[in-house]
Design a protein around this ligand. Structure first.
Ligand code: UDP
Length: 236
């Protein structure tokens, strides 16, 4: 397979065409951004870690019946994925209150939620990724009711599989963001990444943050935290 021209450059990844029409190559960068691109930096080695951690999780999810875009890891930073049209939603699952949820509802960070929650944001940088509900999504034609039902079902399944997997590694899955895409034959698959950039991971003993909040909140130690996640995720 030949890497073709770059068709998209995001904050943390570049996407390339290939000589196969239904295959893209994703290339992970060390660049880090937060607050809709207002804060910029780099986390040395992050691209390699996010590539490897994402693929490991996606493989486990596939084994548990959740379809993903993953085809094959090609190198430290590059992965071949199925070409999809990204559904312009950020699908967020929460087990414990943190971040914007804590702020919005006045719930102390760290409060365990009675049941996992799901919310959607409309992926639109100009608008600052606003929260959006099912009816708005359907009215705007971003997804159909059937597609949303599939997305929600997959998202809760991902939560169950990853929560259980991470528990054995002494990691609490606080919350995370997923993105889904549609393949050329209309199938919905999990796309994008699942990494310390897109999940909150807390050490279950010390409650130490092992994710991008170290960068967002200037806590320091982000390189060590990302490496700790890599080490634990590959320890089983
Ligand atoms: N998240 C993400 N990309 C975004 C917004 C959120 O990956 O553009 C992830 C974030 O890492 C966290 C979860 O989604 O694991 C919930 O984030 P929250 O809504 O609390 O937003 P934040 O506090 O990060 O602004």
């Amino acid at each position: 397979m030949e890497k073709g021209k770059m068709i998209y450059e995001g904050k943390a990844k570049r996407v390339y065409e290939t000589d196969e029409k239904d295959i893209y190559i994703v290339d992970y960068k060390d660049d880090a951004t937060a607050f809709n691109g207002e804060k910029k930096g780099t986390i040395s080695g992050k691209g390699v870690i996010n590539n490897r951690v994402t693929n490991h999780f996606m493989q486990i999810l596939e084994e548990n019946g959740i379809p993903t875009h993953l085809i094959k890891e090609l190198s430290d930073r590059e992965t071949a994925v199925k070409k999809v049209d990204i559904i312009m939603l950020e699908v967020i699952i929460r087990n414990i209150a943190a971040g914007s949820f804590s702020k919005r509802y006045g719930v102390k960070e760290g409060t365990k939620l009675i049941a996992p929650s799901l919310e959607y944001s409309y992926k639109n940088d100009d608008l600052g990724d606003p929260l959006i509900n099912d009816y708005h999504i359907i009215s705007l034609g971003i997804a159909t009711r059937e597609e949303l039902d599939t997305i929600a079902d997959y998202a809760f399944k991902v939560n169950k599989v990853l929560t259980d997997y991470l528990k054995d590694l002494n990691i609490i899955l606080v919350d995370f963001k997923l993105e889904f895409g549609k393949t050329s034959d209309g199938k919905i698959v999990l796309a994008d990444e699942i990494s310390p950039d897109t999940c909150r991971f807390w050490d279950a003993t010390t409650m130490e943050k092992l994710d991008k909040d170290r960068f967002r909140r200037d806590l320091g130690g982000e390189v060590e935290a990302y490496n700790e996640i890599l080490k634990r995720v590959f320890s089983k």
